[in-house]
Design a protein around this ligand. Structure first.
Ligand SMILES: Cc1cc2nc3c(=O)[nH]c(=O)nc-3n(C[C@H](O)[C@H](O)[C@H](O)COP(=O)(O)OP(=O)(O)OC[C@H]3O[C@@H](n4cnc5c(N)ncnc54)[C@H](O)[C@@H]3O)c2cc1C
Length: 397
């Protein structure tokens, strides 16, 4: 539980603001121009500028790439209240998030709960410093919503596993250094025959093949494992107990996707619409139908933010249930899709522009199409609604 007093918090806020003003390069206080401006870290990451590199390094040295993780694992050791102050001050100064990664959002929380001390010290510090980029090897061609049907097989030997099989939809597999992976270590049992292992993508026998999306990009891949030898020390938790870790990690993935719009700080829809359509004689947006839709959206968005804040407070007080992450994921994903439908409506036919300087190579149209996947990735909206019905509303399965 947080025990920081309000005086402590005020002192912390002032010191944080001073430090951010002195250390966040001006270039890192500009809105993201496109996805390419996001710093993902990793061995092969190419920084867009010296400012981007410096900003990540300075924040990592302070532990503020992962503010609430313990200092022993590269974190800032902040209380949740201090971390909220840091977020507020960064938002006020328009500082970019210095480092984003699946390691921070997904693997890190799972390792903090289930990893051995050695794994925490080794992997968490690398994540905090942005040295290793992780991808997620859960889905398979015949195991998506029914994830526990996964068939990637790990033969168990004394000090290693030999892994063979295929994953699919592995986001950024071709750019990642390591993968956290669910593998089958017992074929006789479904949920209790799964283990959670960490695999270096540079291991002999690992290969990837990109899959092209409707947006024209290839952000994810098929990932193949052909007799890949993996040391037993890379097993997280107990053998055959990976499903519990997998589910815990999924609650973090769902919260991450639910909060997607907040993290990427897009411009308000109303501001974009005013810029594109202009004001009528009464000074309001000159499109009454769109105006009403935007107003409805903004009210729902404000309610969602308030709900997320409430859930965060309840979680810190130990008063929430894991299934709430499904409700957040469902609503956040649907809201983000609505946001981009409105952005497109505001932009008219120009918004569909796919190439050229004026549209920055179709940045809006591509972002709109990308949101279509929000209600699939991390578990589909239908599956989240099933969870809400069963685990929150208590309806029969
Ligand atoms: C952009 C993107 C990124 C992704 N990144 C990753 C990644 O990095 N790593 C990874 O492991 N996976 C990733 N995925 C995969 C994602 O987790 C799966 O696509 C998702 O779990 C759905 O599985 P599926 O595609 O096999 O669909 P299916 O499970 O085959 O579902 C097909 C349809 O049936 C519906 N359906 C299925 N079961 C039920 C049910 N019980 N009740 C009601 N409706 C149901 C679904 O809602 C859906 O509409 C990503 C997906 C996308 C789109």
């Amino acid at each position: 539980m947080d025990t920081t007093t309000s005086t402590d918090l005020e002192t912390f806020r002032r010191a944080t603001r001073t430090w951010l003003e002195a250390n966040c390069p001006p270039e890192m206080r500009q809105p993201l121009r496109s996805e390419a401006d996001i710093c993902w870290g990793g061995r092969s990451f190419r920084f867009q500028s010296d400012a981007q590199r410096l900003w990540m390094q300075r924040m990592a040295e302070r532990g503020w790439t992962v503010p609430t993780w313990p200092q022993a694992y590269g974190g800032g050791g902040l209380t949740h209240e201090q971390a909220a102050v840091l977020r507020e001050e960064m938002a006020a100064l328009q500082c970019r998030v210095p480092l984003q990664s699946f390691g921070i959002w997904m693997l890190g929380p799972a390792l903090l709960k289930y990893g051995s001390e050695e794994q925490k010290r080794h992997y968490l510090t690398q994540i905090a410093r942005g040295e290793i980029r992780w991808c997620q090897g859960y889905s398979e061609p015949n195991a998506g919503s029914d994830l526990a049907s996964l068939a990637t097989r790990a033969e168990v030997h004394d000090d290693h596993f030999v892994i063979s099989g295929q994953k699919i939809w592995t986001s950024y597999a071709d750019e990642s250094d390591w993968i956290f992976c669910l593998v089958r270590t017992d074929t006789a049992k479904k949920h209790t025959g799964i283990s959670f292992v960490l695999i270096d993508m540079a291991s002999p026998g690992v290969s990837t093949r990109p899959i092209k999306l409707i947006s024209g990009k290839s952000p994810f891949c098929e990932t193949f494992f052909d007799q890949v030898k993996v040391p037993r020390t890379q097993l997280v938790g107990e053998l055959n107990a990976g499903w519990t870790i997998a589910k815990y990690l999924l609650t973090h993935e769902r919260e991450m996707i639910g909060a997607i719009a907040e993290r990427q700080q897009p411009r308000p829809v109303g501001a974009v619409a005013l810029e594109k359509i202009g004001r009528g004689a009464d000074g309001r947006l000159d499109d009454a139908v769109l105006r009403a839709e935007i107003a409805r959206f903004e009210v729902d968005e404000a309610a969602f933010r308030a709900w997320m804040k409430l859930v965060g407070e309840q979680a810190r007080a130990g008063e929430t249930m894991p299934a709430i992450s499904s409700a957040l994921k469902y609503y956040g994903a649907e809201l983000n899709k609505r946001r981009w439908e409105l952005m497109m409506a505001a932009g008219g036919s120009d918004a569909l522009e796919w190439a050229g300087e004026r549209s920055q190579e179709g940045v809006a149209a591509r972002a709109w199409l990308r949101t279509k996947a929000n209600s699939i990735e991390g578990g589909t909206s239908e599956v989240q609604l099933n969870v809400v019905a069963k685990r929150i509303l208590g309806l029969p399965g």
